[in-house]
Ligand binder design. Structure first.
Ligand code: SF4
Length: 389
């Protein structure tokens, strides 16, 4: 059975049309994870709750991943449910969980309070668990090869709606819902926590800057303020919103930046990644280089290889030259075989062509790794998250 995404309040975008401002829909209820610790205490006071309760509930939420009032026995019994409901209103309702790669990949589909849907994908690798999260319902960037972009932007997510995806997944891990590590081994132990989070699900995270930055804080701030993940394990992905990249560089949080480039020349990139009509290839690459200089974090260049469109050897050479023109050792390229979406004319490059593209980049001295396409059989890979259930 297929239930379509509720009709977005935007129309399907015309080719090349960019949508920066999300149509206003009902705002998500305020949640503990929307605030830092000091903000939570102020908010609790406003609700007539003693500030130290915000601390207690933070421990349950960020350390124990618990939202069930019955398990919070350090809170007074009288009024406990109301207190917990006030601070931790339910934001995501699980709609469906799909499994692939012998249980090592899980796609979780969630319904938000207003009926909008978002998806996140959990992938287990030896020694780590990577999670791909959504920052918007839909996306306004309108890349023509991407299922999410074709449906338009429904709305921005709140900080807590972004964080909740990770907390829900961490809980699923604790319950042993993700397979892949050998039981009883070090690997199985390691996999009990989310080690890497990438903002590569639905949406352009830098177009929802404030909420995404708040989510980064909640991921990396030590418990009970946040989940205490390493900033190095967090990757912020963008199609190249240059002011957003510069702003993030100034935040002093060394998360990794991934720039979805997909073409080294403006002529093609204007078509493949319409944001290029605002900020050109050279401007995006200059911003990426500045990001490296500010954070010391090597930038990832994402390059979806699309058959006969952007996979020519000369484009690999041009990319290598443009990266080297900005210095050595600051960048890494991830070619990604495109995940074909139904009804789309875009498809993945031939194997030999992919291989040649990689070899050309390596010949320029650019570290290059083809990214795997985990989850492609459940539409859970990059550019395929369109939230149909
Ligand atoms: S590829 Fe990314 S930025 Fe482009 S439309 Fe899809 S989700 Fe948005």
């Amino acid at each position: 059975m297929t239930t379509e995404l509720p009709t977005p309040t935007t129309d399907r975008p015309a080719p090349g049309q960019l949508t920066f401002r999300a149509p206003r829909r009902g705002k998500a209820p305020t949640h503990l994870a929307d605030h830092d610790l000091a903000g939570r205490k102020d908010w609790a006071r406003e609700l007539g709750i003693p500030a130290f309760r915000a601390d207690q509930v933070s421990r349950h939420y960020f350390e124990r991943l618990v939202t069930d009032a019955a398990q919070m026995t350090d809170l007074p019994k009288t009024g406990r449910s109301e207190l917990v409901e006030g601070l931790l209103p339910p934001l995501l309702t699980p709609v469906r969980t799909l499994s692939a790669d012998d249980g090592a990949t899980l796609k979780q589909v969630h319904r938000l309070h207003d009926g909008a849907m978002v998806e996140s994908v959990l992938m287990r690798y030896p020694g780590r668990v990577t999670m791909c999260i959504s920052s918007q319902a839909g996306c306004g960037m309108n890349c023509p090869f991407c299922a999410t972009g074709q449906a338009g932007l429904t709305r921005n997510l709140s900080t807590a709606e972004i964080v909740e995806q990770v907390v829900a997944a961490a809980r699923a891990l604790r319950h042993g819902d993700l397979h892949g590590g050998e039981e009883g081994t070090h690997d199985a132990q390691e996999a009990l926590r989310v080690s890497n989070v990438v903002f590569m699900g639905m949406g352009e995270a830098l177009a929802n800057y404030k909420a995404s930055l708040g989510a980064i804080h909640r991921l990396v701030d030590p418990a009970p303020e946040g989940l205490g993940m390493s900033a190095r394990g967090v990757t912020m992905s963008t199609v190249g919103l240059v002011p957003g990249i510069d702003r993030l560089a100034g935040e002093g949080i060394p998360v990794t930046l991934a720039l979805s480039l997909h073409a080294p020349d403006d002529e093609l990139r204007d078509e493949l990644v319409p944001i290029n009509t605002r900020w050109k290839v050279d401007e995006a690459l200059d911003a990426a280089r500045r990001y490296f200089e500010a954070t010391g974090r090597r930038v990832s260049i994402e390059y979806a290889l699309i058959r006969d469109i952007n996979d020519q050897a000369w484009r690999a050479d041009l990319l290598g030259e443009k990266l080297n023109a900005r210095g050595r050792g600051w960048v890494h390229v991830n070619p990604i075989p495109l995940n074909p979406t139904p009804g789309s004319k875009w498809t993945a490059s031939r194997r030999g062509v992919e291989q040649q593209f990689v070899e050309r980049l390596l010949a320029h001295g650019i570290p290059t790794t083809v990214r795997d396409t985990r989850g492609s059989d459940i539409d859970g890979a990059c550019g395929q998250l369109a939230a149909t259930v």
